[in-house]
Design a protein around this ligand. Sequence first.
Ligand code: SF4
Length: 238
Amino acid sequence: MSDFDTVLASTRTTLERIAADFSPAVFASSLAAEDMVLTDLILRTKLPITIFTLETGRLHKETLSMLDRIREQYGYNIAQHKPDPAAVEAYVAAHGLNAFYDSVEMRKECCRIRKVDPLNRALAGNAAWITGQRRAQSTTRVELAVQEDDPAHGMQKFNPLADWSEEDIWNYIRSNGVPYNPLHDKGYPSIGCEPCTRAIQPGEDIRAGRWWWEQPESKECGLHVVDGKLVRIKSVQA
Ligand code: SF4
């Protein structure tokens, strides 16, 4: 068994355990490459895990097109959770449509309205949630565990791809014909909202294009940090 086969087998086992022991479980997909790997693994084996995305109202058209591609390939409709229109309207009226460029605080407030609050609504009533985060993605994720306690949401949080390298992700996508966001072929290794994501240059960090005007330490949207830190419980192994 190659190292990648071992990692893949462990991820499959983790997903099966989540479906069996942490029902109901949901997968929060950003529709990016990592999340397409998990989508493929979940839908191919018809695991009873609901997949949703946060439709912030500021996504690229290429990202939104993934909803159709998933429907065509897997016959599955990804649930869309959207921000409260009144909260968006109040933010724009008070600060402007693109006030997130003005300060970290304004950016986090926009992320709260468009991402964090909809995420909280999407997670309510579930026993576990899943993300496509990887340890190698950024300085804010170096301690990422496969399984974490998430006291803020009162459930377990799983990062089944924590051990995967970027090469593993693309090997899986290419060998299994998994659809992926065409922006990945245009210099976007990490994709968020359109106004907050740019293409990167060769040699740049893979998350350098996310909130590129901020320091690396502040580059999280608030979806994955509990009281400013990650809580490690244990890893789920095959
Ligand atoms: S990524 Fe940018 S546009 Fe999207 S919610 Fe955060 S600040 Fe707002």
